[in-house]
Write a protein that binds this ligand. Structure first.
Ligand SMILES: [Zn+2]
Ligand SMILES: [Zn+2]
Length: 303
């Protein structure tokens, strides 16, 4: 028996590209990947290099499941956007090569190109030896949009996608809401809100808050238990990279304060920042928002 209703685990917390250098991996070297799961549903946010370990962790469960069920084991991956640091783990995610696995891919189209075409392109022979049609898993693709709420129900392995604004269907176990952030180059990124068992987490990466916070995000993240927010830079670095689509820790703290969140995880660490630089960011952030901490690979939230 599983001893949780919701388990969220961070598999990748680094921005831009993975790092392996000395003194730089106390908080993890992999790029964006978060798993949010219930005993019966597996939902992953972003397919950065952290996804590779997430896949390895799922294999024993998939093999066990297949012993007793002829139905496919379903995994849903939701993308904030498809920049390569949020995508690079997909072709090394072992479950996509397994028979009896069904993948639901939900994420934005970019500048008019459907999510399905973007993902298929990464497996074309110029980039990868195995095409998506050769993956043994079955696949479903859906472009996310701002009216969409994705529900996961107690007795249905399929995601239930609503765009009508109807009330949550009976048996809802896990709800994923979204908010589009428009200014991440060049076609924005999606923020997601995970709701389950009376708790919530908001995942807002690859966002830049400019001044006084994005009020839509403040509302979207209101009173959430955990806000996972882009915090790529310290204040000096930010001066060099303003407009690149990422926040500094102060911006993350401002949103956390305004939204009255319980905990803030500083996320999408700059690959140039080693452990010492990150810890300096955490110390400064705590002065602005006491319950701020660095996102770290392996961090878990369990209800
Ligand atoms: Zn990124
Ligand atoms: Zn990005």
């Amino acid at each position: 028996m599983n001893d949780y209703h919701l388990l969220v685990r961070l598999y990748g917390v680094r921005g831009s590209y993975p790092v392996t250098f000395a003194n730089g991996t106390k908080y993890g070297g992999n790029t964006s990947c978060i798993m949010a799961r219930t005993p019966s549903h597996v939902v992953i946010f972003d397919a950065g290099s952290g996804l590779i370990q997430a896949g390895k962790d799922l294999i024993p469960e998939i093999l066990e499941y297949k012993k007793t069920s002829s139905e496919p084991f379903q995994i849903t991956i939701m993308f904030t956007h498809t920049h390569i640091d949020h995508l690079m783990g997909l072709n090394f995610f072992t479950p996509v090569y397994m028979q009896g696995v069904h993948m639901n891919f939900i994420g934005p189209s970019t500048l008019g190109v459907d999510l399905e075409d973007i993902l298929r392109t990464t497996c074309e022979p110029q980039y990868h030896p195995v095409s998506m049609d050769e993956f043994r898993s079955t696949k479903y693709f859906e472009n996310v949009n701002e009216n969409m709420i994705v529900y996961f129900l107690k007795d249905d392995p399929n995601p239930y996608i609503d765009t009508t604004g109807a009330p949550a269907p009976d048996g809802t176990e896990l709800t994923i809401k979204n908010m589009k952030y428009y200014f991440h180059p060049k076609d924005g990124s999606y923020n997601y809100r995970i709701e389950c068992a009376g708790k919530s987490l908001v995942y807002a990466t690859d966002v830049e808050q400019y001044v006084e916070s994005d009020q839509r995000l403040v509302k979207f993240a209101e009173k959430t238990d955990v806000l996972i927010h882009d915090s790529q830079y310290d204040l000096d670095q930010y001066k060099l990279f303003q407009g690149y689509g990422h926040s500094n820790y102060k911006m993350a703290c401002d949103v956390a304060k305004r939204a009255k969140v319980k905990k803030l995880l500083l996320f999408h660490h700059d690959p140039n920042n080693n452990d010492e630089a990150l810890e300096k960011i955490e110390t400064e952030a705590k002065k602005l928002f006491a319950n701020a901490q660095l996102a770290k690979e392996g961090w878990e939230f369990k209800v």
